[in-house]
Design a protein around this ligand. Structure first.
Ligand code: HEC
Length: 448
């Protein structure tokens, strides 16, 4: 599956050799060991025109940064994908994390003085898409539809700005979504804090009716894939309600008093064929925001100066479900989040996901691989927890002397999680459970 960002983009995956750090004392060199790790995991962003602040396309570019690279990979800040190892489900689609062995190799290389190595060995550079391409273009081609928001001017200074408006999607028959990516166009990249898109319809009374969430975008988000065999419906004649949050001063280089004009956010939609839903008799999948109520919606989310707080939310369903993805949401004081499932009949709690190093610069929808996406029986309870650190120990905290409250400005806090769920019935649930058991038995048998 899409293990690493670029592995899905490779012409021949076999051409890539990830050299393991073998016996201690071995010389680790750029050409033999490190280049492949960097080319496969870092260059997609760290190259000319990429979003990273420096380029890592060859030894000369990498070498000056070697000590910082060692620090950033050892702390797992780079590649930017915060998701705990060893807690809950580890098989994720589009997982950018390095393997421990790869981290050890880079660290050891830097400890040894970051040598170039054998000149006869030429590291392989995977073929990378153009940085302005759509992220799913290599898999699915160009989006079937691109829906742009209404242009908005953003001053270089001032308060946060919001825009809420409607744009027709342009589908004339019900369609199932395959993948979706939101992409701020040009300069907008630096000023768009988040952009939520909801699907709406006019009902028979001519009123606007909410259908579902389309997708959520926040800085650093890659996109969303809908798992095979389910339908996230985009109804005929529906339209998008954009809810875009921009903040001035995002573009550091912009002069005081200047205006960044015509900021546009685009949404790329990849769709299944028109008759996809009918032929497959599919279950519906949706993406929703699940609030964490305690200390927030019922009361107020309040984090005292130099203090901590935690929120918790519970959600259960009157039918079985499959959890397809999980994306916690908070701002600068949120430092961690988790998802668990509580089974009332056994009293057991199962950990599904934990993100201990949350950062608001990178928002990921953690998509569970189809064979491990949690199958949850009716009545079991999703338990979502998020915790907040308003002390000076939190590296993202701009000001620990502030009282922080719930709200949508960047300096406020939020407490909800985006969860994609496939809604099953008993029959569909049993089928998925027995398919998994069979698969497991087959793989056990093949190991004997
Ligand atoms: C998805 C894009 C992306 C990928 C993949 C990525 N980076 Fe980065 N990197 C960034 C961005 C953007 C920044 C600057 C902002 C930040 O630090 O988040 C950055 C910053 C850095 C910095 C500078 C940090 C600092 O404190 O100045 C280093 C070093 C770095 N990356 C190394 C790596 C290495 C090594 C890899 C691969 C193992 C990697 N990055 C993969 C986007 C990426």
């Amino acid at each position: 599956m899409m293990k690493k960002i670029v592995s899905s983009l490779l012409i021949t995956a076999a051409a890539l050799l990830i050299s393991p750090l073998s016996a201690q004392g071995q010389e680790i060199t750029y050409n033999s060991h490190v280049a492949n790790i960097i080319n496969e995991n870092c260059v997609v962003c760290h190259r000319e025109g990429g979003i990273g602040p420096m380029q890592f396309e060859n030894f000369d570019q990498v070498r000056p940064w070697a000590p910082l690279i060692s620090l950033k990979v050892a702390s797992r800040e780079m590649p930017p994908y915060a998701y705990d190892h060893g807690i809950g489900i580890q098989e994720l689609e589009g997982d950018w994390r390095l393997a421990q062995e790869e981290i050890d190799t880079i660290v050891e290389w830097v400890n040894q003085g970051s040598p170039l190595g054998d000149l006869d060995i030429v590291p392989i550079m995977p073929e990378l898409p153009d940085p302005s391409d759509w992220n799913f273009a290599q898999q699915f081609g160009e989006p079937d539809l691109i829906v742009a928001s209404v242009p908005m001017d953003i001053p270089a200074n001032g308060n946060d700005l919001w825009s809420r408006h409607y744009v027709p999607i342009g589908v004339t028959a019900d369609r199932c979504l395959k993948a979706v990516q939101v992409k701020p166009r040009g300069d907008a990249k630096a000023v768009v804090h988040h952009a939520n898109s909801r699907i709406k319809l006019n009902n028979e009374e001519g009123e606007i009716e909410n259908v579902s969430m389309l997708t959520e975008y926040a800085m650093g988000k890659w996109g969303e894939l809908i798992p095979e065999g389910v339908c996230r419906t985009i109804p005929a004649d529906s339209f998008i309600e954009w809810n875009i949050h921009m903040f001035p001063g995002g573009v550091g280089a912009t002069a005081q008093g200047e205006v960044i004009e015509d900021n546009v956010v685009e949404i790329g939609l990849w769709l299944h064929d028109e008759n996809f839903a009918e032929t497959a008799g599919l279950y519906q999948q949706d993406l929703k925001s699940y609030p964490l109520r305690d200390g927030y919606e019922n009361g107020n989310l309040i984090i005292p100066p130099h203090g901590y707080t935690m929120t918790q939310g519970f959600h259960s369903f009157d039918h079985p479900i499959r959890i397809d993805s999980f994306q916690p949401h908070g701002h600068l004081r949120m430092n961690a989040a988790s998802l668990e499932v509580f089974y009332p009949e056994t009293g057991r709690t199962e950990q599904i996901s934990q993100i201990s190093n949350w950062s608001a610069t990178w928002h990921h929808s953690h998509i569970y691989e189809p064979d491990v996406a949690p199958l949850i029986p009716k009545g079991a309870v999703l338990v979502i927890k998020q915790w907040y650190d308003n002390t000076a120990d939190n590296p993202n905290n701009p000001d620990p002397d502030q009282w922080v409250v719930g709200g949508s400005r960047t300096g406020d806090e939020m407490s909800h999680a985006w969860i994609a769920i496939t809604h099953l019935d008993d029959e569909g649930f049993d089928k998925l459970v027995s398919e998994r058991e069979e698969k497991e038995q087959r793989s056990l048998a093949s190991q004997d």
